[in-house]
Write a protein of this length. Structure first.
Length: 243
């Protein structure tokens, strides 16, 4: 069977161990690519670019798009000034990812967003974020775990009629958690379909099935919670329709 190519957006960081000076590097955690491969697809890492035409050509090679986790989203993209609780941002990377979402929507590529990927996709579609969970709920639970990334920390309640509930075969599931921001106003066409008991949005999706976004990290849970593989298999299955 022909496997679809899934574009995986990269982030940037300064690599401290190459030569005498730090070097700016593009990276994607291996677990994202492994998730795509285990789901039946071929991952293609997409570098950060300030050239939208170049990005369009790269995405023309892909049948689906994965937005991984990473740094905070620059609040200028949702019309807010930075607050003291904001973490590190990369404006150029955010702009590239926003373009990628816009291009994928236009080309009708299936989109799967994880953690930062949820937040960035929501912003790309006109939504907004809480710059820190404390601004949403001062009594929020722990959402940035100190345990192993494969540890299941909190329970997420899922809307029973959602695509997510159908894929996971459950209306409640335990997940890991590694974020300090969350969605505020949903972007165009997006609906919140899962939350924790403290009211923090944990998943969003579009009614047409093109977009599925989760706030946790399923790529780290393929052994500790095998049902998470269904999220990658779903992305690949949807991408097959573009071959």
């Amino acid at each position: 069977m022909t496997k679809p190519i899934i574009g995986v957006l990269s982030s940037r960081t300064y690599h401290p161990s190459v030569g005498p000076m730090p070097v700016l590097a593009e990276y994607v955690n291996r677990t994202y690519c492994a998730g795509v491969e285990k789901g039946g697809g071929i991952p293609l890492i997409i570098p950060v670019t300030s050239d939208r035409e170049q990005l369009t050509r790269l995405l023309s090679l892909c049948q689906g798009l994965l937005l991984p986790g990473g740094e905070d989203v620059d609040p200028c993209f949702y019309g807010e000034d930075p607050l003291p609780v904001l973490g590190t941002v990369d404006h150029e990377t955010d702009q590239c990812w926003i373009w990628a979402v816009e291009i994928a929507v236009e080309k009708k590529l299936p989109i799967f967003g994880i953690c930062r990927g949820l937040q960035l996709a929501n912003v790309a579609l006109g939504g907004s974020l809480w710059q820190d969970l404390s601004l949403k709920n001062k009594e929020h639970f722990l959402h940035y775990q100190h345990q192993n990334r494969a540890s299941l920390l909190h329970e997420v309640s899922i809307c029973p009629d959602s695509r997510l509930a159908n894929l996971l075969g459950a209306e409640a599931i335990y997940t890991n958690t590694m974020h300090h921001q969350c969605a505020k106003e949903p972007g165009r066409g997006l609906t919140v379909t899962a939350r924790t008991r403290d009211g923090i949005p944990e998943a969003m999706e579009s009614a047409d099935g093109q977009i599925l976004l989760v706030q946790w990290h399923p790529e780290e849970l393929l052994e500790s919670e095998p049902r998470m593989l269904a999220l990658f298999e779903d992305l690949v299955k949807r991408a097959l329709q573009n071959l």
